[in-house]
Design a protein around this ligand. Structure first.
Ligand code: AMP
Length: 515
């Protein structure tokens, strides 16, 4: 039988977990024997076919940063981002697929890894979710679903600990931050809401250390420490080491080597904590927003669950303890729990959608686990209703699917064409809460072609649904003619990477070998 697996495709590290014979998740170490793999890719200049992924790629990056990519998750879904190597432009999805390919390869030693669930930050929009799934397909995986990272962590937590009550998951990883509030009752979990910031994570904390290095160098020589890409790569890596050491010690000494000479610096934990204060404060604001959305007070939270490598920083733990009045829960391994939970999610997904693929042992191991998830954003469309006071059309964002609706969900609203002889409709799918179209994110825009020669006010039914695998489906129906437009979320060229294109691209990607 195939291995049922969960993948945590992280900004700095990735991991793969599989379900064992009795439905318990376990991490599969990579070919270097490590339980987590750096999400780094290096295109070797000497061996064209050898794309290095993991620790070796991190180490090679200092020698030639132009041929290396780290933190690709920050760009996933961005159709304008490309990495040019040897006359080939690599998209974020393709680079991510190389990381996934390495995980698949290393995880397939006992039996082939095929059916997987990949985790994403809870606040990822549709374009980023679809791009993550595409990366999986490009890597030759059968992506059966997507799970939000804090939900995956909570799944693992609830199935291994005795938990009852309202829990807040604080997930500070390498590149993103999520806070999720959920109710746990034994192995039953109901997600209440999530908030997050996709540009707040460990790398931003590393940058603060780089700034301390730069300041110390300027104070000594009145010159810049970092003068090129190589210096930048070197000091980014060193900053991460210093940051991690400061989680264990009160100070770190270091020698900085720049063009003007060397300087000995000492960075204390206190200095570091002052430098990162604004980043910590941003996480606290998002906790407040999540509490308000969950209509909860601080005293309603029974446990705080830590997820993500950056929660090892003492300042995070101290601040959460101060806020909630008790120590956060660190019983689960912060680096591994997302992959472990994603594997459980993969098992639950297959049990529901393709039970014949699940062995008896796994099915009985998962039979008591229940998860009820919610839609993480509000989704709407832009229309132009007539304002009652002025009698004029006003451009509005109208919400069709509301944030935090229990999954699966489906909503339909009817809109009307505006003019006689209107032969097309520009449909926009939005994500966000505001009525003003300028304050929401337009995640897709398409032209819906309509029949000729009709009067105005033709009804268009707009149906949005969100499935339990965290995927959204949109359908526009012209009631009179029966014409429909289905909108797919794409990150490819001009936003047009359809299923068949992804499969074709997967064949092309097959030619690239990773090690
Ligand atoms: P994750 O995406 O959950 O694997 O988290 C990776 C992030 O955690 C990276 O930015 C790491 O630098 C950070 N991290 C890992 N260990 C520590 C530590 N001991 N102290 C501070 N940050 C850490």
């Amino acid at each position: 039988m195939n291995t049922i697996a969960g993948i945590d495709l992280g900004t700095t590290f990735s991991a793969l977990a599989r379900l064992n014979g009795i439905g318990r998740p376990e991490i599969v170490p990579n070919s270097e024997g490590e339980r987590i793999t750096p999400s780094a890719v290096y295109f070797d200049e000497e061996e064209a076919g050898a794309i290095r992924v993991g620790l070796e790629a991190v180490n090679c990056r200092q020698l030639n940063p132009d041929r290396a990519v780290r933190w690709i998750k920050r760009h996933i879904g961005d159709k304008n981002w490309k990495k040019s190597i040897d006359n080939r432009d690599w998209t974020p999805e393709e680079i991510s697929s190389l990381i996934l390919k390495k995980l698949k390869q290393d995880g397939s030693i006992e039996s082939p890894v095929e059916d997987v669930v990949i985790s994403v930050p809870a606040h990822f929009d549709e374009v980023r979710r679809k791009a993550t799934m595409d990366a999986g397909v490009l890597a030759g995986l059968n992506v059966i679903g997507i799970v939000n990272e804090p939900v995956a962590a909570a799944l693992y937590y609830a199935t291994t600990q005795q938990v009852n009550g309202r829990v807040l998951a604080y997930d500070l990883g390498g590149g993103t931050f999520d806070v999720t509030i959920l109710d746990i009752d034994g192995q039953n979990m109901n997600i209440v809401c999530s908030q997050g910031d996709h540009a707040l994570g460990g790398v931003d904390f590393d940058k603060k250390i780089v700034e301390l290095f730069e300041q110390a160098y300027r104070d000594e020589y009145n010159e810049e420490l970092i003068q090129n890409e190589q210096d930048c790569a070197k000091y980014e890596d060193e900053a991460e080491d210093v940051k991690k050491t400061l989680s264990r010690r009160n100070s770190v000494r270091k020698i900085l080597y720049g063009a003007a000479g060397s300087v000995r610096v000492e960075i204390t934990r206190q200095q570091y904590e002052e430098a990162v204060e604004s980043l910590i404060a941003r996480t606290e604001i998002l906790i407040e927003v999540a509490l308000e959305e969950a209509k909860s007070k601080v005293s309603d939270i029974h446990k705080v669950l830590l997820v993500g490598g950056s929660t090892r920083m003492p300042i995070v733990r101290r601040r959460l303890q101060k806020k909630f009045g008790f120590e956060p829960d660190i019983a689960v391994n912060v680096d591994e729990c997302v992959a472990l939970g994603a594997a459980i999610h993969a098992g639950l997904t297959l049990l529901r959608d393709a039970p014949e693929k699940v062995s008896q042992g796994i099915a009985s191991g998962l039979k008591d686990v229940q998860l009820r998830d919610v839609c993480n954003h509000s989704y709407g469309t832009i229309c132009a209703p007539i304002d009652e006071e002025t009698g004029k059309h006003v451009i509005r964002n109208v919400i069709i699917l509301k944030k935090n609706t229990l999954l699966p969900c489906e909503e339909t609203q009817t809109f009307y064409t505006m003019s006689d002889g209107q032969t097309e409709l520009q449909v926009s799918i939005t994500q966000g809460e505001d009525e003003d179209p300028d304050y929401v994110n337009k995640i897709a825009t398409e032209i819906f072609a309509l029949p000729d020669n009709r009067p105005a006010n033709q009804p268009i039914h707009v149906q949005y649904s969100y499935d339990v695998n965290q995927r959204m489906h949109c359908r526009f129906l012209d009631a009179e003619s029966g014409r429909t437009l289905e909108v797919d979320f794409c990150a490819g060229e001009n936003g047009k990477l359809k299923k068949s294109n992804v499969e074709q691209a997967a064949q092309e990607m097959d030619a690239f070998k990773v090690q």
